[in-house]
Every structure is written in structure tokens, then in C-alpha cells.
Design a protein around this ligand. Sequence first.
Ligand code: SF4
Length: 121
Amino acid sequence: MEGCFACPVRCKKVVECQEPYQVDPAYGGPEYETLAALGSVCGIDNLHAVAKGAELCNAYSLDTISTGDIIGFAMECYERGLLTSEQTQGIRLEFGNAEAMLRMIELIARREGIGNLLAEV
Ligand code: SF4
């Protein structure tokens, strides 16, 4: 745990890991909203993947709550057949697919493919 300057609450998480994802501690760790959005909403229980997602969002200056929620919405659309693999550049956007969640963060940040549409929401 760490805190912002002069704050006695010290609620900030610090995470560092090397495998299966390399997570830079400089970006901090996922706080509870991020755990919910990139984790529960997307059906992902891999804490390393959620921490990597938080790092990517912070690196790209993306809000983790909005990003995780829109990826979860896109997963719902994919599983209901409203989004196809062609529209997701072949990404199997299923709940629980950590690699898909991380790839979607990259696409949203770079506004590539389906990420360009999801970035508007
Ligand atoms: S409560 Fe947490 S986020 Fe807010 S200033 Fe303190 S350490 Fe930082």
C-alpha cells in the first residue's frame, strides 16, 4: 500500500509482477473500481491480467471504469451474436478471455478497428 503526497489514508495499491504479464509498479495497482470493471464485469478472475489492464489504461490515460465497462458490454454483444469475429478483428470477445480484454484496451487506446467505435462511448 502507498498513498498520495501527505495523505494519511494510503489507499493506493502497488503491484509488480513478471509473469504471465509484466506489470510496471510505477502505474500503481488496480483499486476496487478497476477490479470490478476490468475483472468482474468482464468475467476475468486472473488478478495478473487485471493488474496489466490497469497498467495499460493508466499508460494510455484511459479511465479504467469506462474502459472495463465498455469492454464488458462488447463481450455481451459478442456472446449474443450482435458483434461478430469479423468486427472484432478475430478476437474471441468472450467473458473471461483476459487476452481479449487486454487487446481491446490497446484497440480502444489506438482507435483501431472496433476500438474506434468503443472509444466513442
Ligand atoms: S485517499 Fe487514497 S487516492 Fe485519495 S489522496 Fe489518499 S491515498 Fe490518494
